[in-house]
Design a binder for this molecule. Structure first.
Ligand code: PMP
Length: 562
């Protein structure tokens, strides 16, 4: 285990001490970093254009990366692998091209329905939705989702029964980025093929964690992203059957994908080059090739470490009764747990874990329809990789436990600067320090921050302020008053000249309370001119905000200034 981790320089650097957000992006081993650096220093020429030695050797390196990826996924022929910017672009390319085949009533397209799972990543929903609307009203197509139960577990017989003669495409993730379950693709492909439907697989979360064999899966297309498989960002791949690759029109046109161009006639190259217009991300492709080789060499190690880590993490999480692991009935899972934690805002947990330099992800994980189906606003996702350790899980569990205790504690921890009736009456004349005099306030919430230099004291003060936030009534928590851009749901509205807000996050509620206290006290004209961001900075609260929180609060502030 240690040997595996030691190949990743990230862990020896100033990185956050615990990185549990591997489903968002993985770290790079030294061999991938070296390959990219070597490409940038020694392999800097364009590919497929010139025959001088340097260009030819770069083209060789670039094309041998295609062999590496083809071997990793066991593609029958290297030509069946095309490059893209990532899984998103590969899925868009496929959906766009298949839409064109539908338009011309090509034999590959039979039926009028695209079946997906409710849990798909937006990258495997939106291209199909766009296809349907692009071809409407000429073609009456539809996207049909198949949903899991309320705990995120799938009954695949529902998917089997949903596939019919009407089904043109089944587009499905190999591994769900929101639930961690491994879908039985070989089985699903058989169901699809029984009805002449195509099975397109989003393998983004699979490639780094489980063995992928597109021939065994029998799928019609398979896509992935380099940065989720130990490679660089901005590059990915797609695989498809010869029949699809041959029939699909190019996605983009331009240099290098043509055989002949005149003003009267254009002939395209054969695949894969017909899908690779323009100068590609050469060092990225070479880096992805190195990543593919790395995975192939380490596959057994990766799988055995991750299986053990998943078992250990699951056991530990199950010891906390407030935690539900979504989709945990699935026998086949990668080392990813999507959690619901009763009674606290996931966002607040993330914030407290972040203070301990533990990186996890909260939110909808680009799977909003799943969250709507489960009636939740998101989950806390812990996604592990083979370079993580049991010791890290132990630290994480202790911090998680502490965070839950802090957020659910009914009595306040000692040392809290309580907002007393007296402090509400304090005015600027009571302020002592120089910076305090910048805050022209008689406002109790703001007042309570004056003189707080200790990070945790001001954090606790924010939590206390939450109790003072003017609460927006439930009937007004509608899309109209929803604040876009915040990592957590926030609603804000002006009711009879006074702002009120609602969010489940105590931290955001506390910050809102401080902002609204000021906004509600100012005459309209002054409020429009008022610098709320500076106000928070002067109170010394800005350092509690991460970038995304700042973004969300920026929208709040814009709305206060209208
Ligand atoms: N599909 C899945 C299952 C994913 O997890 C992701 C990334 N989170 C994507 C598609 C999109 O990948 P990318 O952003 O690299 O194109």
């Amino acid at each position: 285990m240690r040997d595996f981790r030691q190949q990743f320089p990230f862990f020896a650097s100033q990185a956050p001490s615990i990185y549990f957000d591997n489903a968002a992006t993985t770290q790079k081993p030294q061999c991938v970093i070296d390959a990219i650096e070597h490409a940038n220093i020694h392999q800097s020429a364009n590919v497929h254009r010139s025959s001088y030695q340097l260009a030819a050797s770069v083209t060789d390196a670039y094309e041998s990366a295609r062999d590496d990826v083809a071997q990793l996924i066991n593609a029958p022929n290297t030509k069946q692998v095309f490059w893209s910017k990532g899984a998103t672009e590969s899925l868009n390319l496929l959906a766009h091209g298949l839409g064109e085949l539908c338009r011309i009533e090509h034999a590959l397209w039979q039926g009028d329905e695209i079946i997906i799972l409710t849990s798909e990543h937006h990258a495997n929903i939106l291209p199909w939705q766009q296809l349907v609307s692009r071809l409407s009203p000429m073609k009456k197509l539809r996207v049909t989702p198949v949903s899991p139960d309320s705990k995120g577990n799938f009954d695949y017989t529902q998917l089997r029964d949903a596939i019919s003669e009407r089904t043109a495409i089944v587009a499905i993730a190999h591994v769900s980025n929101a639930l961690g379950c491994i879908h039985p693709i070989a089985q699903i492909t058989q169901w699809a093929h029984r009805h002449n439907a195509l099975c397109i697989v989003d393998g983004t979360q699979a490639v780094a964690h489980i063995q992928v064999d597109v021939q065994a899966l029998q799928c019609d297309a398979y896509v992935g992203s380099s940065h989720k498989m130990f490679g660089p960002t901005g590059v990915g791949f797609g695989y498809a059957t010869h029949a699809i690759l041959d029939a699909l029109p190019p996605y983009q046109v331009g240099g290098e994908m043509i055989e002949y161009v005149s003003f009267d006639e254009v002939r395209y190259q054969s695949y894969p080059l017909k899908f690779e217009a323009g100068t590609p991300n050469i060092s990225g492709v070479i880096g992805m090739g190195a990543a593919a080789r790395f995975i192939k060499q380490q596959q057994t190690t990766i799988q055995s470490i991750e299986d053990e880590l998943l078992e250990y993490l699951t056991q530990q999480l199950q010891s906390l009764p407030v935690i539900t692991i979504l989709g945990d009935n699935h026998n086949e899972r990668v080392s990813l747990c999507s959690l619901l934690i009763a009674g606290v805002s996931h966002y607040d947990i993330l914030r407290l874990l972040d203070d301990q330099h533990i990186a996890v992800r909260v939110g909808h994980h680009c799977a909003m329809p799943l969250m709507q189906h489960l009636h939740i606003d998101g989950t806390l996702r812990v996604s592990l990789c083979a370079y993580n350790t049991r010791a890290e899980i132990d630290v994480f569990m202790t911090s998680l436990h502490q965070a839950i205790m802090t957020l659910t504690a009914s009595s306040e921890p000692a040392g809290i600067n309580r907002i007393s009736p007296q402090s509400r009456l304090h005015s600027d004349s009571d302020s002592h320090s120089q910076s305090e005099s910048h805050v022209q306030t008689t406002l109790p919430l703001a007042q309570a921050f004056l003189g707080l230099t200790d990070y945790s004291a001001s954090f606790r003060q924010i939590m206390l302020s939450a109790k003072e936030c003017p609460i927006l009534q439930e009937t007004m928590r509608t899309p109209q008053y929803h604040v876009a851009g915040c990592e957590v749901d926030v609603w804000l509205a002006n009711q009879n000249g006074q702002f009120a807000a609602f969010t489940t996050s105590k931290i955001i509620k506390g910050l809102l309370a401080i902002l609204l206290e000021k906004a509600n006290q100012l005459p309209v004209e002054e409020r429009r001119q008022f610098d709320f961001a500076q106000y928070l900075a002067t109170l010394g609260i800005s350092h509690h905000l991460s970038q995304s929180r700042v973004d969300g609060l920026t929208v709040v502030i814009e709305q206060l200034s209208v």
